[in-house]
Write a protein that binds this ligand. Sequence first.
Ligand SMILES: Cc1cc2nc3c(=O)[nH]c(=O)nc-3n(C[C@H](O)[C@H](O)[C@H](O)COP(=O)(O)O)c2cc1C
Length: 198
Amino acid sequence: MTASNARTADHPIDRQFLNRWSPRAFTSAPIPEASLLTLLEAARWAPSSYNSQPWRFVYARRDTPHWEQFLGFLNDFNRSWAREAAAIVIVLSKSTFTPPGGAAEVPAPTHSFDTGAAWAYLALQASLSGWHAHGLAGIEREKIRQALAVPDVYSIEAGVAIGRAGDKASLPEALQAREVQSQRNSLTAIASEGRLVL
Ligand SMILES: Cc1cc2nc3c(=O)[nH]c(=O)nc-3n(C[C@H](O)[C@H](O)[C@H](O)COP(=O)(O)O)c2cc1C
């Protein structure tokens, strides 16, 4: 068993997996570009099918010219708290690739899976580096596609808000109650030997 904060793993794992979590209260401290690049560097080393590396990241840091535009890529709910974050990253994934020895692009069935791994690396590096990364499904995909001139072959997967965790008292009351390190389904509910258990 491994325990950390409010979380306990049933099998021994590194504490970093329990320590990573997704706060909404951020301090509004800016992030140096070098620190953000460290998080993206971790994402860069994720594995992918055929080492195709389908992930792309477009970012804006607070107090820089792109910040307000990137805040505008979030839905109203996410913008209400992520405006105190230090960076917003839009995560894209290329849905085709050229196989080794191939001459043409073909569909990449695992591109989202691969890019999900890259985001997870980023999130783990963030918590190891004293930052927090909060995934964002609530983004304006069509707006992003237009504004960043994203070709159709790229999926707009998600956003990520990155910052220093702040005091939950800074959040509206309803969000304060949700500012906890969440639990997980049991391992037996998600992993089974030899047959699928639903
Ligand atoms: C791809 C993805 C999209 C998410 N979208 C949102 C979102 O739009 N708004 C939000 O407040 N949280 C969002 N979350 C945060 C999840 O709710 C959170 O990761 C989950 O409840 C588990 O909690 P933890 O990350 O603190 O362990 C998202 C997380 C991921 C991975």
